[in-house]
Design a protein around this ligand. Structure first.
Ligand code: FES
Length: 136
């Protein structure tokens, strides 16, 4: 990345956003997930996958793959940390604002990117319920 680009990014994003972008936690496709959420933004074309492992109503593991902007990558990474160890009901209360708050905020124009993270987790849990009801 050119230093000029980095200068612009660091004037727009918080240190935490830049840290989660440069050192993403829980990034990568999961082996044998219980649920997969795929969400996208038709306007920018960004796509996010959220993978969950659920044991006894608790999210024991959560990873992501995001093909998108700095904010989308940082928020999906932060979301995976927030979701791990929570019950399904509790995890579904995580809002895009909660994710943005964990990153010390996002520029208003980038708040919609954090919505992908919220929706991605909801979609993964929905997929888990769908898979579960088919095996009963
Ligand atoms: Fe597309 Fe951020 S610009 S999710």
């Amino acid at each position: 990345m050119l230093w000029k680009e980095w200068l612009v990014m660091s004037s727009v994003y918080t240190d935490k956003v830049l840290d989660y972008f440069r050192n993403p936690r829980n990034m990568g496709k999961m082996e044998n997930p219980n649920g997969v959420g795929k969400v996208g933004n038709a306007v920018c074309g960004d796509v996010m996958f959220i993978y969950v492992k659920i044991e006894g109503n608790v999210i024991t593991d959560c990873t992501f793959e995001t093909f998108g902007c700095v904010a989308a990558i940082a928020t999906s990474s932060a979301l995976t940390e927030m979701a791990k160890g929570r019950t399904l009901d509790d995890a579904l209360t995580i809002s895009n604002k909660d994710v943005a708050d964990k990153l010390d905020g996002l520029p208003p124009l980038k708040m919609h990117c954090s919505l992908l993270a919220e929706e991605g987790l909801k979609s993964a849990v929905e997929d888990y319920h769908k898979n579960n009801s088919q095996t009963k």
